[in-house]
Design a protein around this ligand. Structure first.
Ligand code: HEM
Ligand code: HEM
Length: 254
């Protein structure tokens, strides 16, 4: 048993005391550290991207860098969704019709993203992926072009730039819903979802558990995320600088 698991067991022992009337609770590490770092870094990067995108002009350089950071973060989260810890995995929260019906009837017993929350999480990740991808091909017709703009023709670039601008509004709506939903849970359902996204820990009905994603899974996710940023930065498509041509001296001769 490693240190992390020992702490979890210790917490479990503490928390399984239970009340005579209430359910017996156990404390688990619901959101692992990589998921939490991912979430709060994403919040920072999206805020910078949205603000600098709206400001435009000289802020576009920073906008592009925030966009590339988001490419890395979203790629990391997608890979982590397959190889990460129990509740970070897409399979653990993908909203199936039976889960949605159970949730709407108040019979959903799971932990982690609830079936409706899972929709918003998947929509946010998907929209951010499309927003960042279209951004890479943009041209603001002033002084800024996305790093992959050179790979496509002007007409397509103009279309993707238009789409990028429109989707930005959709993203803002989705973000507003995300924050209102979290507030609703804290205020009216007395379920503080924010605390586990900060500390990782959550008290859940006994019998639930959570395993961590291993170091290999973490390395794999980081390497794939960095590779995605490298490709998105346009570096692999840059033509090598032409070799300097030796100056010719027209008057040379003898
Ligand atoms: C730019 C702003 C934000 C973005 C892009 C964003 C994005 C996300 C994403 C993608 C997830 C899924 C996490 C995962 O499974 O990896 C998530 C979950 C979550 N976010 Fe945010 N978020 C934002 C702002 C906030 C803010 C301001 C708060 C709280 C004050 C917050 C609280 C949470 C919580 C508590 C969860 C977990 C929800 C649950 O338990 O189902 N988020 N967010
Ligand atoms: C998820 C990441 C991104 C977000 C959230 C985002 C958000 C935004 C927003 C809010 C705007 C302003 C739209 C408006 O005028 O109302 C904008 C514009 C723009 N973004 Fe992004 N962006 C992202 C990624 C990128 C990337 C990676 C690039 C390129 C490297 C990029 C390039 C541009 C350009 C060139 C514009 C100006 C378009 C124009 O007005 O002609 N964006 N973006």
């Amino acid at each position: 048993m490693n240190f992390q698991e020992a702490i979890e067991v210790a917490h479990n022992d503490e928390a399984q005391v239970g009340f005579e009337t209430g359910p017996v609770l156990t404390r688990i590490r619901l959101w692992d550290l990589p998921t939490r770092i991912f979430h709060w870094s994403l919040v920072a990067a999206v805020c910078v991207a949205v603000i600098t995108g709206k400001l435009g002009g000289a802020w576009m350089e920073i906008h592009g860098k925030a966009g590339l950071t988001i490419v890395g973060l979203v790629t990391f989260r997608i890979v982590w969704g397959f190889v990460g810890s129990t509740h970070a995995r897409f399979l653990s929260f993908v909203p199936t019709p039976s889960k949605i019906v159970a949730y709407l009837k108040g019979r959903w017993q799971g932990v982690g993203h609830n079936p409706l929350g899972a929709f918003s999480v998947l929509a946010l990740l998907g929209l951010l992926a499309v927003q960042a991808s279209t951004g890479l091909f943009t041209n603001d017709d002033i002084a800024f072009t996305g790093p992959l703009n050179v790979l496509i023709d002007e007409t397509l670039a103009a279309r993707l730039t238009g789409l990028h601008r429109q989707l930005a509004n959709g993203l803002l709506i989705l973000l507003a819903l995300h924050i209102v939903a979290i507030f609703f849970y804290v205020r009216f359902k007395k379920d503080n979802l924010v605390k586990p996204m900060v500390t990782g820990w959550k008290d859940v009905p006994a019998g639930q558990s959570a395993s961590k994603g291993g170091p290999v899974a973490l390395m794999l996710s980081l390497v794939i995320a960095l590779a995605a940023v490298y490709v998105a930065s346009g570096q692999p498509f840059k033509k090598p600088a032409p070799l300097p041509v030796a100056p010719t001296n027209a008057n040379a001769g003898w």
